[in-house]
Structures are given as structure tokens and as C-alpha cells.
Write a protein that binds this ligand. Sequence first.
Ligand code: HEC
Length: 167
Amino acid sequence: MKNYYSPRKVIKLQTLRKFIPRLFLFGLVLTFLTTGLKYAEAGEQTSPCPQPRFTEKAPPAIYNLKNPLENTPENLKKGKLLYQVKAKPLPCKSCHGMTGDGNGSMARGFNPPPRNFTCTKTVNNVPDGQLYWIIKNGSPGTGMLSYKDLKDTQIWQIILHLRQLAQ
Ligand code: HEC
């Protein structure tokens, strides 16, 4: 009688057999989800605010420049497009992030880190002329590239967009 299973037990065993692989799959999915979420969280560290800033100061004549462009929807749109897609060699969002929080896909590994444009405590104290100067010439010794090929108008359009990110 050793190997005798009652019909009830057989049914139980069959349902178990059905459910074990499902449970296993469910467990797998759960593990992937939780570890995935952990990684996503690690990638979403927010930059500190206020953000320490040691960037070299532009020469006085440039430092004091004001954005000559009007804050029109057209200018803002062009600035945003340059920031997110068009600027060469790399769009700004690769480092500064889509929202400007300084956490773009390439942001990690830069010391100093990319400027967090959403941090009003830091960027509202940085005048237009300074932003213009750094975009044009880069910040030597850091990850910030120079954008020599951008026309002045394009740089000012980007700056309109940066100011909007800080609101
Ligand atoms: C490869 C990464 C990278 C890209 C791409 C990049 N930046 Fe930066 N950016 C940085 C880093 C790193 C800093 C910090 C430099 C520093 O602290 O001096 C910075 C700083 C800045 C600053 C701060 C200037 C200041 O005086 O505080 C401005 C403005 C800026 N970037 C604008 C831009 C714009 C606009 C673009 C696109 C046209 C861009 N950046 C693309 C990495 C990048």
C-alpha cells in the first residue's frame, strides 16, 4: 500500500504541479521587480541643493551681459530642442538631465557633477552672461564641454530654457 494515493491526493498533487511553476515564475518576476526598483532608485539620486559651485568666473564684460532675446514661446521651443536633442557634440540633457536636475544618463562619474538647473538657490545667483560664457567655452578641467559651433542666438535660446527649468 506504500505507493497508493487516494484520488483526492492525486488531484492535490496535480494542482500543486500546476502551481509550483507559476509560483516560481511569480517569485522570479518579483525579484526582478524589486532589484530593478532598487537600481532605479540608486540612479535617481537627486543632486544636492544648494549645489556647491567652483566654476571659473567669466570676464566682467561678459559676466554682465543680459539675455538679448525675448522669452517668447518660439525662442523657448528652440532652446528646449537644442537642450534635449540638437546641441552637438552632445545634447545637454545627457549630463544635466531632461528636467535639468543634473542627473542625465552620463552624469555619474563627473567630479564636479553637472550643474543642477532645478536648484534655484544655486542657479538664480548665476547671471546670464556667466551661463553664456561657460556654454560657449566649457569649464576647463571638468566634464562641461565647449559649444563653439552654437550660434549666439542658439546659446541665448538655451539659456531661456535653463531659466525655465529653474522655476
Ligand atoms: C558631458 C557632460 C555635459 C554635457 C553634455 C553638458 N554639460 Fe554643462 N556641465 C557639465 C559639468 C560636469 C558641469 C560642472 C562644471 C563646473 O562645476 O565647473 C557643467 C556645468 C554647466 C553650467 C554651469 C555654469 C556655471 O557657471 O555654473 C552650465 C550653464 C552648463 N553646464 C550648461 C550646459 C549646456 C547648455 C549644455 C548643452 C548645450 C551642457 N551644459 C552640456 C557637464 C556637461
